[in-house]
Design a protein around this ligand. Structure first.
Ligand code: 3MF
Ligand code: MG
Length: 344
């Protein structure tokens, strides 16, 4: 029995289109996804603002809230909570060159409008967290924007969100690149620094995605550990990634089982979840996956996570201590390998 509660976003079940080819599966209705997520054992749904309220640019603030209330009813019907709302600032013609850090004042204003509406939607859905994945915040042409100015614009935008709602929490999901070339807030270290520069650091934290850490050349478990040490790990996006290439969002643990084990281990050892945090997944089905298997990557990720939780429970801390004392890290490493291979 897992000690954790799990969450997932509707975009985790997608038709399989990529930059080079069209969809390979049918679209699935939102309510059907929520139903299946509940059946699979998830407790909460993650949202983009327009996952909850499609077409929101054309609606008034009150209409947006009313639409969000309808979504809350669907969640309630299946006993699901909402974990967070994230403004989707990378799809819109207003944010071609970024949102909060766009060089266009009008676009920056639009980005703030979406951020405020995301807070409104979060409130209607019964949650207190907004996630910022800063997709297009950075540069494609390095000389087009000052990184100093851009970083200050991010802090300013977050301060406005904190002021708009006195109890909302802002959670940055760092990523070093893609779709932008050079991002502004690429790692947990950046997130902690930005948090410290805001008017209320206690309400600004991070969402560590395993694949994003790998893209930054870092160990996801250490990124998680760093944010935990600062008391600022608000959620996680667990998945996997084969080296430094396009963002793959593979099922959790399928590329690097030892790394996945260490992610589960650091979460479990440090009481992650005790304050209501969810273990979130951000995984993508392979393009070759058939319609009837459109949730298999979620099932696999959950099963791998839970199997690794059992491995963590069986981890022999006395043996680890002995190895550390005698500095026999070869023995400790082999022990971990045997544990993961089922030989222990
Ligand atoms: C991209 C991501 C995003 C974010 C999502 C929530 C589409 O690499 O990880 O997934 O997780 O937008 O903020
Ligand atoms: Mg993510």
């Amino acid at each position: 029995m897992s000690k954790f509660k799990f969450s997932v976003g509707p975009w985790n079940v997608a038709p399989g289109a990529d930059s080079y080819g069209p969809a390979t599966r049918n679209d699935v209705d939102f309510e059907e996804k929520v139903k299946r997520f509940a059946e699979l054992g998830f407790s909460a749904v993650q949202f983009h603002d327009d996952d909850a309220v499609p077409n929101m640019n054309n609606l008034t603030e009150e209409e947006i809230k009313a639409e969000a209330r309808k979504v809350k009813q669907i969640l309630d019907k299946y006993g699901m909570a909402a974990e967070f709302v994230a403004p989707r600032l990378w799809m819109d013609p207003h944010t071609i060159d970024g949102g909060f850090m766009s060089t266009s004042a009008e676009d920056r204003e639009f980005a703030m409008w979406r951020a405020y509406r995301s807070i409104d939607i979060a409130r209607e859905l019964g949650c207190d967290m907004v996630v910022l994945w800063l997709a297009r915040e950075g540069t494609l042409c390095a000389e087009s924007k000052s990184p100093v100015w851009a970083t200050k614009m991010l802090v300013e935008a977050i301060n406005k969100m904190l002021a708009y709602d006195p109890t909302i929490r802002i959670c940055i999901e760092p990523k070093p690149n893609e779709p932008i070339d050079r991002s502004i807030c690429g790692t947990m270290g950046h997130v902690m620094a930005v948090s410290a520069a805001t008017i209320d650091p206690s309400r600004v934290g991070g969402n560590l995605e395993s694949a994003h850490a790998v893209l930054a050349g870092l160990d996801p478990a250490h990124e998680i550990g760093f944010a935990l040490a600062m008391g600022k790990l608000m959620t996680v996006h667990l998945n996997d990634q084969n080296g430094i290439r396009y963002d793959q969002d593979k099922s959790f643990g399928v590329e690097n089982l030892r790394s996945a084990f260490n992610q589960v281990k650091v979460l479990k050892e440090n009481g992650y979840g005790d304050n209501g945090e969810y273990v979130g997944l951000d995984v993508k089905a392979m393009r070759t996956t058939k319609d009837e298997d459109g949730y298999k990557h979620l099932e696999n990720s959950l099963n791998i996570f839970k199997a690794l939780e059992e491995k963590v429970d069986r981890f022999d801390y006395d043996f680890q201590k002995k190895c550390v004392e005698t500095r026999d890290f070869e023995a400790l490493e082999m022990y971990v390998m045997e544990l993961l291979m089922g030989l222990k």
